[in-house]
Design a protein around this ligand. Structure first.
Ligand code: SDX
Length: 434
């Protein structure tokens, strides 16, 4: 336990006429916790908390969220200030190192990212092995895991090697994503260029071509950079918890990052941004304003959900959604850039926020509700939206992996369970079975 946690008077738990004194703690922002790490050994009781919504899996100094107040800070800095004043590469440095870089540190970090953006030439053949139409998240998870075969990791990681592997991953995840897109449309690969910064390099790899001049639009570059900042970390979400769990077995960092990518793919997590656009496209195709869809989303007998709404932690506006909506306003106010889906999204939000079903359940727009519109404006294909989320989240995953690895001790994640299956019974030969 770090010295940042302060002790409070113990909690007294009475079980089977016995009292147990459980330590209680308070975090840097006043969150209170009961330390149950010795509960089972003392009382033979375990706690049950499906989805861990009431359970802190670790102490962390990386990101702070207050779901009731709609607060999100990376290393103490409000997300709104980072989104407005910072850039993704600087935020990645902040998440990984705990402090904003000075000019020299930022230049070195940015240059290293650029110099690490190439993947091994022999990896290009892997792309040919995926069936046409393969989902880019399946390709990304596979290719990131395969980095461990081309760049074997030594058993004992010194600091410099660990830092370089982290930089390689943050840089190469972009290259793998762009290459998978080029392969999917049968166009030649466009290599990263040392002349271009992180986001410009990615967009250039995605959209430039030997036969077509591709002009980078500054507003689109800024919007994608901000998208990546807003997705860079989010404390112990599903994919980051998967990273910490895989990392706790001391699996190599490429396998750990691949675990994060796989968990993120789910439609209830990172896959929601793709689902939001598909939902908006369907409403647009049906010619409605969304009222009918909202009624379906409220209907217990319908499997429909208002994608991009609701959150395990935010019971107020997701601050990222507020920033992204402003960014959409700016982007779509530009001459010639309009999107009927943005109008539908705003109408859906307006209707839902007046509807008691959503109000009573504290369901507000989350990061995914507007993010897809930014990617759409950039020309990113819908099936790559969650890939962009993964590119953004990579620094956060790796910051948590490193925080766990360098904690006081690496404890392998191994929750208990409540068994509700069959009592003891004896094996029967097949002839004796009914
Ligand atoms: C991300 O954890 C993170 O930090 C994640 C993330 C990150 O940065 O890593 O923020 C990214 O994953 C954002 C969430 C993206 N997912 C979606 O937008 C999918 C749609 N949202 C829902 O699936 C849902 O809101 C969740 C999964 C996000 C949260 O689910 P909860 O908190 O477990 O809520 P619940 O399933 O217990 O639902 C509570 C009630 C239920 O109704 P009742 O049983 O009380 O009648 O709210 C309803 C739900 O049916 N509900 C919705 C709804 N979300 C919840 N009803 C309609 N539409 C929705 N979107």
């Amino acid at each position: 336990m770090t010295d940042k946690l302060k002790q409070l008077p113990p909690a007294i738990l009475t079980l089977d006429d016995k009292s147990y004194s459980l330590p209680t703690l308070i975090g840097a922002e006043g969150e209170k916790a009961i330390d149950i790490s010795k509960l089972r050994s003392q009382s033979h009781y375990v706690t049950l908390d499906e989805g861990y919504g009431n359970t802190a899996s670790c102490e962390s100094a990386i990101t702070y969220i207050d779901g009731e107040k709609g607060i999100l800070r990376y290393r103490g800095y409000p997300i709104e200030e980072l989104a407005e004043h910072s850039r993704f590469v600087e935020v990645a440095y902040l998440l990984l190192n705990g402090e904003l870089p000075n000019s020299q540190q930022l230049l070195e970090f940015s240059t290293n990212l650029n110099e690490s953006s190439i993947i091994h030439e022999d990896m290009h053949h892997f792309f040919n092995g995926f069936p046409r139409g393969s989902h880019p998240m399946g390709i990304l998870a596979t290719m990131v895991a395969s980095l461990s075969t081309f760049y074997p990791i030594p058993d004992r990681l010194d600091t410099a090697t660990e830092q370089q592997i982290v930089i390689n991953l943050i840089s190469q995840v972009r290259t793998i994503a762009a290459f998978s897109y080029k392969k999917s449309i049968g166009e030649p690969l466009v290599y990263p260029s040392y002349k271009l910064k992180y986001v410009r390099n990615f967009l250039n790899m995605m959209f430039s071509s030997p036969v077509r001049d591709y002009q980078l639009d500054d507003d689109i570059v800024r919007a994608i950079d901000m998208f990546l900042i807003l997705h860079a970390d989010h404390e112990q979400n599903c994919s980051t918890s998967s990273v910490r769990t895989a990392g706790s077995s001391m699996a190599n960092v490429y396998a750990v990052a691949s675990a994060g990518i796989s968990a993120l793919w789910g439609p209830r997590h990172g896959g929601a941004n793709q689902q939001v656009i598909q939902m908006l496209e369907q409403i647009h195709a049906d010619g409605g304003d969304g009222t009918e869809f909202i009624n379906q989303a409220k209907d217990k007998n319908s499997s429909s959900r208002l994608m991009g709404f609701g959150h395990r932690v935010y019971k107020n506006f997701d601050p990222r959604a507020t920033v992204l909506k402003k960014q959409c306003d700016k982007l779509f106010d530009k001459a010639g850039v309009s999107d009927p889906l943005f109008d539908i999204a705003r109408k859906l939000e307006e209707i839902a926020l007046k509807d008691d079903y959503f109000i009573s359940r504290k369901l507000y727009p989350n990061v995914d509700f507007y993010s897809g519109l930014i990617l759409r404006a950039a020309g990113i294909p819908t099936n790559m939206y969650t890939v962009l989320f993964a590119i953004g989240r990579m620094p956060g995953w790796l910051a948590h992996w490193r925080e766990m690895l360098h904690g006081e001790q690496v404890i392998i994640t191994r929750p208990r369970q409540i068994y509700v299956g069959e009592p003891l019974r004896r094996y029967q030969d097949i002839e004796q079975r009914p």
